[in-house]
Design a protein around this ligand. Structure first.
Ligand SMILES: Nc1ncnc2c1ncn2[C@@H]1O[C@H](COP(=O)(O)OP(=O)(O)OP(=O)(O)O)[C@@H](O)[C@H]1O
Ligand code: SF4
Ligand SMILES: [Mg+2]
Length: 392
């Protein structure tokens, strides 16, 4: 139990310490980027190209050797614009946290490119090719808030020490300014200055999460990755933290990647949404397009589970059958083929690309247009029709 807590603590530290993971030798091994940074639009804060994160599985009795890979993130491409919130949704185990940890270099990417706009010249920089020292410099612009507020704070530190830690690592605070800086940040996140001298166990869950957000804010980052920041909190506290995040974004203009299971919360805070399944993106678009007009059968099933407040509105609930395949050996064709109600033979053989549809929406499904137009019948109906033809 104690070991687990320690591991949690290690993972839940901000990205600053973790950057040691990338050694200079690792950096030298990285393949050349295929993206020209000049082609990236000026309003893009982060661009991820074909990102992969595989976790090796080792076997063998005396000599350990790699026997397979867990393909947690398997070729994901997306962008986050300045000042926007990108919601990241999908079932448990689809790779959301792995993306978050790979972008903050808690995990080293297996392959792919991570471009980030930073520095005085506002240049797009490929983070994979930076030395560990340069990466630590960028880390102040790219921070992370974790799910479990209690485990993400050091129990030996007061709130003041926790909030100051990132500033001290980056030598950005004078001793004389310390209290004023902490006071102003605590007020920004809705805490009072007297909380500065408390320890994490003397705070409620909501207050602990506010301290986590305060820590992320101290260096005035450009992008904050929030991995299930409100999942451990009750509904009323959840609403106040979401409102706080929206207010801070309006005031300070940074971007968020917001990961959560609660689709209503994601809708409230996000401008665009990415839907993930088994390590890949299935659909990507504006929040209204994805929620009100989902095109991918997986997104349709996810959205059908959102409760509707109006009792007069009838909504079909789509229940997904079957198991999620293992990320060690995902299906060769469409990743969703084992559970899709529209599946056809092509889906088992060919992997669908993410293709662009109306309003710049991206969907990875061979039959997205036909499903949207209502001309693609369900697989069960097709089988019934074929059986009745055979019988007659
Ligand atoms: N350090 C690790 N070593 C090996 N496998 C890992 C590791 N971290 C994650 N995985 C595996 O990678 C896959 C994706 O995990 P991840 O934590 O990213 O999912 P998630 O979408 O965040 O799920 P949840 O919604 O439950 O948090 C899972 O199959 C998981 O078991
Ligand atoms: S490609 Fe086939 S299996 Fe995949 S979502 Fe589309 S219809 Fe379903
Ligand atoms: Mg997760």
């Amino acid at each position: 139990m104690f070991k687990l807590k320690l591991e949690q603590r290690f993972h839940k530290l901000s990205s600053f310490e973790s950057i040691k993971v990338m050694s200079q030798t690792d950096v030298e091994k990285i393949e050349k980027p295929t993206t020209d940074p000049k082609d990236i639009a000026p309003d893009v804060q982060l661009k991820v190209v074909n990102l992969r994160k595989y976790f090796p599985i080792e076997g063998g009795f005396l000599w350990k050797k790699k026997i397979a890979d867990i393909k947690a993130v398997d070729g994901v491409t997306f962008e986050v614009k300045n000042g926007e919130t990108l919601g990241l949704v999908g079932e448990s185990g689809c790779g959301k946290s792995t993306i978050a940890k790979t972008l903050t270099f808690l995990h080293k990417p297996t392959s792919g490119e991570v471009w980030f706009r930073t520095g005085r010249d506002e240049e797009m920089i490929d983070l994979r090719v930076l030395s560990p020292k340069a990466l630590r410099g960028v880390a102040k612009d790219l921070t992370m808030v974790f799910q479990d507020p209690a485990a993400s704070l050091d129990p030996r530190y007061t709130v003041m020490q926790s909030v100051l830690e990132p500033l001290e690592i980056h030598n950005q605070v004078d001793d004389s300014d310390k209290y004023a800086v902490v006071r102003s940040i605590l007020l920004q996140v809705g805490l009072s200055p007297h909380h500065a001298y408390r320890y994490p166990h003397e705070l409620s869950g909501g207050q602990q999460q506010r301290v986590g957000i305060a820590r992320a804010l101290t260096l005035q980052p450009r992008l904050i990755i929030l991995d299930e920041p409100v999942s451990a909190l009750d509904v009323s506290v959840r609403a106040s933290i979401i409102n706080l995040l929206i207010k801070l974004q309006d005031e300070l203009g940074f971007a968020y990647i917001f990961i959560a299971h609660d689709l209503s919360v994601v809708r409230k805070i996000s401008h665009r949404v990415a839907v993930m399944y088994l390590g890949k993106l299935m659909e990507f678009g504006t929040v209204d397009d994805v929620y009100d007009d989902p095109m991918h059968p997986y997104t349709q099933a996810l959205m059908s589970a959102i409760p509707v407040a109006d009792p007069t509105v009838k909504k079909e609930r789509i229940f997904l059958k079957g198991e999620v395949p293992t990320p060690i050996d995902p299906p060769v064709g469409c990743r969703f083929c084992t559970r899709c109600r529209y599946v056809r033979q092509k889906c088992y053989l060919e992997e669908p690309e993410l293709k662009e549809y109306d309003n710049h929406k991206l969907v990875a499904c061979h039959f997205a247009s036909e499903i949207k137009a209502g001309t693609h019948v369900l697989a069960d109906e097709l089988i019934d029709a074929e059986e009745s033809v055979d019988a007659s």
